[in-house]
Design a protein around this ligand. Structure first.
Ligand code: FE2
Ligand code: FE2
Length: 247
């Protein structure tokens, strides 16, 4: 069983590397991280568990702001998607509030959890943005699957490739689409879809500086720092800062 040996050797190496980097502390992974690999077993090692700063990740400022999360935590590769979507929204003359919605619409994909990303993203941001912004982010998830020719939004070609030609959205997506379709903010969520750039130009690089003013005006940055404040999503920001806290 050479392959099994290789896998177990690899696991040993990984464990050894983790132990070295973490001193005597053991990492306990949340079940969710294991489920992502098709695993259901949570093991508890003997020893001191990692709590507090994770030495494998870059340290964060004591009072972290929104952009610190993009700088020190969120996936680097997918940030251009957000920046270029917001850039397009700005070119299309959308109000600042909706430029912000485009800038943050996939924050959950970039920085937290992909599954149900519109809902997670909206919940994460809700205490800090105008209600219309988080509403639009929540419902862009459902609207993405439904064309609206009145604004030139077809069913995305790449969804056929990504999900198959016969893919049918789940019942809750169908329900939320029907709800959003008749809502007063329907067009705000739709504008996220219209400006949602999939095949963005790799030669154009958009920088965060371009949106610093808009973030300053439309994102209510808590003075204590995200995670240190006391809102319904503070714990989510803390989990992103320290994803492997044992409890
Ligand atoms: Fe999205
Ligand atoms: Fe997107």
């Amino acid at each position: 069983m050479p392959e099994a040996q290789t896998m177990s050797q690899r696991a040993d190496e990984l464990e050894h590397r983790q132990m070295q980097e973490l001193g005597d502390r053991l990492v306990t992974k949340s079940l969710l991280f294991l489920l992502a690999d098709g695993e259901r077993s949570v093991t508890f090692g003997q020893g001191r568990l990692l709590m507090g700063e994770d030495p494998r990740l870059p340290p964060m400022p004591k009072e972290p702001k929104l952009l610190d999360f993009f700088k020190y935590r969120f996936a680097i590769g997918s940030q251009q998607h957000l920046l270029q979507s917001a850039n397009l929204a700005q070119k299309n003359g959308l109000p600042e509030k909706l430029v912000l919605a485009c800038l943050l619409h996939d924050i959950a994909v970039t920085g937290f959890i992909r599954s149900d990303h519109g809902y997670w993203g909206a919940q994460l941001l809700e205490p800090y943005v105008d209600e219309e912004v988080s509403w639009a982010i929540r419902y862009h998830q459902a609207l993405r699957f439904y064309p609206d020719e009145s604004v030139g939004y077809p069913y995305p070609d790449n969804y056929v490739r990504m999900f198959g030609a016969d893919y049918k959205p789940d019942a809750y997506i169908q329900r939320d689409y029907a709800y959003a379709r008749q809502h007063k903010w329907y067009m705000s969520a739709r504008m996220i879809c219209v400006n949602d750039l999939y095949s963005f130009d790799p030669n154009v690089v958009v920088h965060w500086d371009q949106f610093e003013d808009i973030i300053g005006r439309h994102f209510k940055q808590p003075k204590e720092g995200l995670g240190n404040d006391n809102t319904p999503s503070s714990h989510m920001w803390r989990t992103i800062i320290r994803p492997c806290n044992a409890l």
